[in-house]
Write a protein that binds this ligand. Sequence first.
Ligand SMILES: [Zn+2]
Length: 198
Amino acid sequence: MASQEIETLASALARLPGLGPRSARRAVLWLVKRRESALPALLEALATVGEALVECDTCGNVDTTSPCGICADPRRDGKGLCVVEDVADLWALDRAKLFTGKYHVLGGKLSALDGIRPEDLNIASLLSRVEEGGVDEVVLAMNATLEGQTTAHYLAERLEGFPVRITQLAHGLPVGGELDYLDEGTLAQALRARRPLG
Ligand SMILES: [Zn+2]
C-alpha cells in the first residue's frame, strides 16, 4: 500500500487526458526516483504556468500574455484567419507550421445534444474581427465530425455578406477524425486542399 500522499498524487495525475491510473502510478514512481533531478524543474514549470497562463482576449489561445504570441507576431499575416474549435487544434496546426495567418478559437462546437448554442461560443468576437476589416480569407478548420461540420456551415452563413473568402479544410481529414490526433502530413494535405464552402 502506498502512502496517502502518493495515492493523492497518483489520482490527480490519473485525471490528466491520456493517463490512466496505471500510467499515473508509473509517473509517480518515475518522479520518486528522480526527486532530486526532475522534480524541482517540474514543480517550477507547473507553478510558473499556473500563475502565468491567460486566455488571449483577441483569439482565445492560451499563452502567458494577452494578446498571445501569435496575435502579437508582426510576421503573421492578418489577412488569413483560421477558425478552430479548441486551443489543442490551434496548437496542432501551428506545430505543423503550415499556416502563416492568425487564429480564432471558438471554444467548442455547436451541439444540440450537449446544449451548446452559438452564443456559448466565441462567434461574436469572430464576427467583429472580420467586421473590423483587413481579413481576406476565413479558413474554417473544424473537425470532420457531424457537429464540426454543422458549426462550419453555421459560421459560413453568419459570414455571408462580408467581403471575405470562406474556405474549409478538405481531403485528408478522416471522417470522424479530430485535428489534434492527425500527423503533420495529413494536416498539410488538408490545409493545401482547402476549398470554398457551399
Ligand atoms: Zn491571440
